[in-house]
Structures are given as structure tokens and as C-alpha cells.
Design a protein around this ligand. Structure first.
Ligand SMILES: NC(=O)c1ccc[n+]([C@@H]2O[C@H](COP(=O)([O-])OP(=O)(O)OC[C@H]3O[C@@H](n4cnc5c(N)ncnc54)[C@H](OP(=O)(O)O)[C@@H]3O)[C@@H](O)[C@H]2O)c1
Length: 295
């Protein structure tokens, strides 16, 4: 199977590159493209079409996006161009050659008022990021009946910098000795990118022979925690002091967020083996290289 991965320099894209390495996927990145990658600006419609025509993938994992809600709010044209227009171009180009596309989407398509959310639940995004991801979903589903939307919640994994994931960025809260409050309002389901990538790899084996695999699916980590609870767990497993941190029970500032957008993963569980590894084990391994010697 010929696989193309967009966003292969990103947090999830790198994990997918690893999980699909046996199949030698074609990988596309932009600013961080390395020697093994196609350097492709997904907002360049002609370049996207030419790439699809040249490589003719059977399966496209479309992970590239602008995913930081505050950046999306402040850079709306760029965000729309990548999250919506580029997604439409890719999905339509894939449909023309009968390739299947899996579009990575988000729990932020929901307003968080009525969890858990089934794949058929009504969407009501609260911020521009969620709006563009929902519009991207529609573009994908309109382009082909065979395409798939996979929604996931907050992601973490092997980061290049702590800020790359909103979960690993929490280590900065622990290391900052000033007394301050951490979000204890939103209930999150931290999801390890290695689990998403491994589940996608398992699932991709079945996709060719199962024409019923299309439409919307959900995948999520199993543990429900606030950011304050994640920080407490990090402190405990890394032996760090957390007495300067307090729980903030008010909604966070910045772009509005859902309070609890728990995803019901039943539909995907019926299709394939889902990997859900432990937050504690993963986060200990991932954060260790970032702990200063004197901490
Ligand atoms: N991270 C989360 O917590 C989270 C939660 C729910 C859903 N998701 C969804 O999961 C997917 C993966 O997220 P992620 O955290 O892995 O994202 P990420 O780390 O921010 O990576 C984004 C990727 O998009 C690429 N990209 C940006 N602009 C591009 C352009 N003009 N042309 C081509 N590529 C471009 C980047 O390439 P360069 O860096 O090389 O420019 C990078 O590889 C996204 O669709 C996101 O919406 C993420």
C-alpha cells in the first residue's frame, strides 16, 4: 500500500511516520521538512494536485493543521487556508484517483455541554479552530463517501520542545516557582500520539477490504483529568514540588474552550484494536529529558 502522510514533522505526524515505517510512507512537511520529506505547502493548490498525480497514494493520513486555538483566532485567513481550503483540495484530489483519506479532527467541534459525544452528535464549535476543523470535516465527507474523519482530543507525545504539546507544556508550570493557579475547570482526555498512530496502523490493514469503514470515528485516551490534575501527577512521578500551584475552577482565558468534550469511541472499537497506554508511564519517559539537574 502506498501511503502519504501530511504534517510528518508535527507531533502526531512523527508518530505516524514511525508506526508506518515498514510501508515506507511518502512524508510531507513544510518549514521543518528534512531530507526524507517532500517539502509541500499544502495551501498551494497546484502543488498539492501535482503531488497526488505524481505519487498516486492509496491512503492519505492528513494530520497537518494549525491547531493552536489562540493562533487560529488571531490568524484567521492562514488558518482557514490550511484547515479548510487545503483539506478540500487534498480530499478532492484523493477522490479523483480513488484514494482513501483519513482527516485528523478534534473534540473541539463540540461545545462540551453534553458529553460523552457519539459520532452522530451535533457539532457546535466554540472557537475559530473548532469551526475550521468542522468545515474541514465537511469538505472531506463531501469529497468522497469513502473518506474518514477521525476526531481525537488533546495530544501528547515525544516532543522536541515542551511547548509543542499543551500537556508537556504543563511542566513549565511546575518548574516556575511563582505561586499560580492551573486550569481545574476543563476535563481533558490526554491521548498519546503513539497510541493514535498504532491504532491507525492496525486499522489501515483492514481498510482496503472493509468498504463500511468511512465517515466519522472517535479515538481517545481513557483517563479523564484536568490540567491541574495532570500537573499533580507529573509532580508525583518526577518527585517535584507542586505546593506553589493551586486549582483554578474558572474557565481559562483566551479562545473559548469546551468544558468536557469526551468522545465516545465505540464505533472505532468495533472496527479495530485500539491502543490506550498509561498516562503516568508515558509522561514520565517523555518529560525526563526536560528535568533540569538542580530540580
Ligand atoms: N495537538 C493536539 O492536542 C490535537 C488535539 C486534537 C486534534 N488535533 C489534530 O491532530 C492533527 C495533528 O496535530 P499536531 O499536534 O501533530 O500538529 P502540529 O504538531 O502542530 O503539526 C502541524 C503540522 O502541520 C504542518 N503544516 C503547517 N502548515 C503547513 C503548510 N502550509 N503546508 C504543509 N504542512 C503544513 C507542519 O509542518 P512544518 O512544521 O514542517 O511547517 C506540521 O507538520 C491536527 O489535524 C490537529 O488539528 C491535535
Amino acid at each position: 500500500m502506498n501511503i502519504l502522510i501530511t504534517g510528518s514533522s508535527g507531533l502526531l505526524g512523527r508518530a505516524c511516520r514511525n508506526s508506518f515505517s515498514d510501508l515506507q510512507p511518502i512524508t510531507c512537511a513544510w518549514n521543518r521538512a528534512t531530507d526524507g520529506d517532500l517539502k509541500l505547502d499544502l495551501t498551494d493548490k497546484d502543488a498539492v494536485q501535482a503531488t497526488i498525480d505524481q505519487h498516486r497514494p492509496d491512503l492519505i493520513l492528513h494530520t497537518a493543521a494549525e491547531r493552536k486555538p489562540n493562533i487560529c483566532e488571531n490568524q484567521q485567513d492562514l488558518t482557514r487556508a490550511l484547515n479548510v481550503d487545503a483539506t478540500r483540495t487534498l480530499a478532492e484530489a484523493a477522490a479523483k484517483i480513488d484514494a482513501k483519506l483519513i482527516y485528523l479532527s478534534t473534540d473541539y467541534v463540540f461545545d462540551g455541554q453534553n458529553p460523552p459525544y457519539d459520532v452522530t452528535a451535533a457539532c457546535n464549535p466554540l472557537n475559530f479552530y473548532g469551526e475550521t476543523k468542522r468545515a474541514g470535516e465537511n469538505a472531506v465527507l463531501n469529497a468522497s463517501e469513502r473518506h474518514i474523519v477521525l476526531r481525537v482530543p488533546i495530544l501528547y507525545g515525544e516532543v522536541e520542545t515542551l511547548e509543542e504539546s499543551p500537556v508537556t507544556a504543563l511542566l513549565n508550570e511546575l518548574l516556575n516557582p511563582e505561586p499560580h493557579a492551573v486550569d481545574h475547570w476543563s476535563i481533558r482526555y490526554p491521548t498519546y500520539v503513539g497510541d493514535v498512530a498504532q491504532t491507525l496502523s492496525n486499522w489501515s490493514q483492514q481498510l482496503k477490504s472493509d468498504p463500511e469503514c468511512n465517515g466519522i470515528y472517535h479515538l481517545s485516551g481513557a483517563e479523564a483529568v484536568t490540567k491541574y490534575e495532570m500537573v499533580r501527577t507529573m509532580a508525583e512521578i518526577l518527585g517535584l514540588d507542586h505546593s506553589h500551584l493551586s486549582p483554578n475552577t474558572q474557565p481559562p482565558s483566551g479562545a473559548p474552550r469546551p468544558q468536557n468534550s469526551q468522545l465516545n469511541i465505540n464505533r472505532l472499537q468495533l472496527k479495530t484494536a485500539i491502543q490506550q497506554t498509561s498516562f503516568k508511564d508515558n509522561i514520565k519517559r517523555i518529560l525526563k529529558p526536560f528535568i533540569p539537574a538542580e530540580a
